[in-house]
Design a protein around this ligand. Structure first.
Ligand code: BGC
Length: 247
């Protein structure tokens, strides 16, 4: 069975057909630069172009980098604030032929990892964290998602956690992997004071270099790198769209 997923990010918007049995992209994905400023209307237009280019007319899943409840964006930490309060399902629905299921980007990546990747068949409490421009989180209890956890924004030493420990902080401040791993370790220390997961899956582009920093972490919870990496958002979005009942 095939689905269709779109991943809306701060720099690129990516979409592809997805093989839902294997959890893999079918053919090449299409990536278009995110319009700047990334306001809702121009972003909807890009999503519409991507879906149209594949000739897909069915239901689509779309990720958004903020809290998403019943199709409405409630936060926008790293995108334009005009998204807050916007009914993204309805806005996108006007640009694509099928119905739209929107969800938080980390939740989508987590759904994909739990089904096809590092969290497959894992019971108990599993926490997926994505390290990119911000830090996204997805919490699973016996495989069920607790949506919209926003653990990127826990306070760490008086600062927003993601500000110091996201992958973007490493680039912005030109930190070595050991220096940045120290930041992540401190962030996870504070997070572990509040949640006791059985497994932490780390994703985002920086998970490709997991060997450079994951062994330096001193968490009590085992930490493993994500397996789907760049495609997790697209795959998870397509999965969510295919499995969630219409609302
Ligand atoms: C947002 C989350 C998002 C994460 C990764 C955070 O700043 O608050 O909703 O999942 O960035 O994009």
């Amino acid at each position: 069975m095939q689905g269709f997923g779109v991943d809306i990010g701060g720099s690129g918007i990516k979409g592809c057909l997805v093989d839902l049995e294997k959890g893999e992209l079918v053919g090449e994905r299409l990536r278009i630069e995110t319009p700047q400023p990334a306001l809702p209307d121009p972003v909807y237009g890009v999503v519409g172009r991507i879906v149209e280019s594949f000739g897909w007319t069915g239901r689509i899943g779309v990720t958004f980098p903020g809290v998403m409840k019943q199709g409405v964006a409630h936060t926008a930490a790293n995108v334009d604030r005009s998204w807050i309060g916007t009914d993204v399902d309805a806005g996108l629905g006007a640009h694509v032929p099928g119905t739209v299921e929107t969800l938080n980007d980390a939740d989508a990546a987590g759904l994909a990892e739990m089904r096809y990747g590092a969290g497959r068949d894992r019971k108990g409490v599993v926490l997926m964290l994505t390290f990119g421009t911000g830090i996204g989180s997805a919490l699973f209890v016996d495989g069920h998602l607790v949506p919209n956890t926003e653990f990127g924004h826990i306070q760490v030493d008086g600062e927003d956690g993601e500000k110091r420990a996201a992958a973007s902080a490493r680039e912005r401040e030109d930190l070595s992997y050991p220096e940045w791993a120290g930041r992540v370790d401190r962030y996870l220390d504070v997070l572990e004071a509040g949640v006791w997961p059985d497994l932490i899956i780390v994703g985002g582009g920086v998970s490709k270099k997991a060997h450079k920093w994951v062994p330096l972490l001193s968490t009590r919870t085992p930490v493993v790198p994500a397996q789907l990496q760049n495609d997790a958002g697209i795959v998870g979005a397509a999965l969510a769209a295919s499995e969630r009942p219409d609302h």
